[in-house]
Ligand binder design. Structure first.
Ligand code: UT7
Length: 317
């Protein structure tokens, strides 16, 4: 026994920033960003909090599922950084939507949604939950250096959510971690202890783009092959692949290596950019609401990013 997804939701800030908008801030161009990444615009918070986006996504997912907040047995939020260090984002959402269940945050960076699904599967298999809400929410605009053209053009803000109920739709799952503080990191603010002598760090996201690119391309092919095999399926059984939306070139390279058609690989990077763990649930919600999925479809989710982490799974719709 694990789960089935019975509802999805997503939310993003109101403000859209195009590549041309960013070219007024840093030395970049629509042409560079589009051809190198596939991103055309992203949503950037001008005041919405992560809790605002998370609650909006959660309420849409609950409505879509026909589940009330009081029916929830667990809330998991995946986020790199909530609005507060404590309370967790999950606790804030729990209070604001009127739920009463346990709630906690999970940080697996871009792989957070797939990590959360697998954690939730453990609760279902122990029989301790019947309805679980997962929200992946990220405010990357608070963590990038807006003077650094190599990173600020890549990311966006948003939240995606899914409501899970008992079922057997998780056919396989694979999580990996390869601890690394060189290729991709975001330092914490150190506080103001008069006793510490830690060096002041540049408090923004750093990414060795080419290093992470190579890791991502290798991980995508390896993990998709592994989870499909683990599910007792072949690549021919895949209806749709929902990959992490970091770079359209990574997605295209992975797609070709796996021999999938362009129609099988779903993307929304053009209008969202990279929203870390919120990429996959946002994509899932958008496609769900467009009526893309049909009962019995085989969906493969595949994420990679900070940690370095990866997460992939096969879901029956
Ligand atoms: O979600 C977490 C996982 N993240 C990823 O998977 C991201 C993986 N990495 C990537 O997607 C790509 O490496 C990037 C999109 C980050 C960068 O693309 P790239 O083709 O690897 O570019 P590059 O870093 O090799 O830079 C090429 C050139 C450099 O100039 P020079 O040294 O050749 O003169 C950069 O300074 O492009 C320059 N550049 C830019 N130019 C215009 C870097 N950023 C920009 C920019 N606009 N925004």
């Amino acid at each position: 026994m694990n789960f089935q997804i019975i509802g999805t939701g997503s939310s993003h800030p109101a403000c859209v920033k195009t590549n041309d908008d960013l070219a007024k801030l840093v030395d970049t161009s629509d042409e560079w960003i589009t051809t190198r990444t596939g991103i055309r615009s992203r949503y950037i918070s001008t005041g919405e909090t992560l809790a605002d986006l998370s609650c909006d996504a959660a309420q849409k997912a609950l409505e879509n599922a026909g589940v009330t907040p009081q029916e929830l047995d667990l809330i998991i939020c995946s986020t790199i950084r909530g609005d507060y260090m404590t309370p967790s984002l999950a606790c804030i959402v729990q209070q604001r939507i009127g739920a009463t269940c346990p709630a906690f945050d999970l940080n697996a960076a871009c792989s957070g949604f797939v990590y959360s699904l697998d954690v939730a599967a453990g609760f279902f298999s122990r029989g301790t939950v019947k309805k679980v809400l997962i929200i992946s929410a990220e405010m990357m605009s608070k963590m990038v250096d807006w003077n650094d053209r190599a990173t600020c053009v890549l990311f966006g803000d948003g939240a995606g959510a899914a409501v899970l109920a008992e079922g057997d739709h998780l056919l396989s799952c694979k999580l990996t971690a390869q601890g690394d503080t060189e290729l991709l990191y975001i330092p914490h603010v150190n506080g103001n202890s008069p006793f510490h002598d830690w060096p002041d760090e540049h408090p923004f996201l750093f990414m060795n783009g080419q290093g992470v690119y190579k890791f991502a391309v290798a991980a995508m092919e390896r993990d998709v092959l592994d989870v499909v095999k683990q599910a007792g399926l072949t690549l021919d059984d895949i209806t749709y692949l929902l990959p992490h939306q970091a770079n359209l070139r990574i997605i295209e390279t992975g797609r070709k290596k796996l021999g999938l058609s362009p129609e099988q690989v779903l993307t929304n990077i053009d209008k969202h950019g990279n929203i870390s763990s919120a990429c996959i649930p946002t994509l899932l919600d958008e496609q769900n609401r467009q009526g893309t999925f049909h009962k019995g479809d085989i969906l493969v989710l595949c994420a990679f990013g900070g940690g370095l982490t990866t997460g992939a799974c096969v879901l029956k719709w």
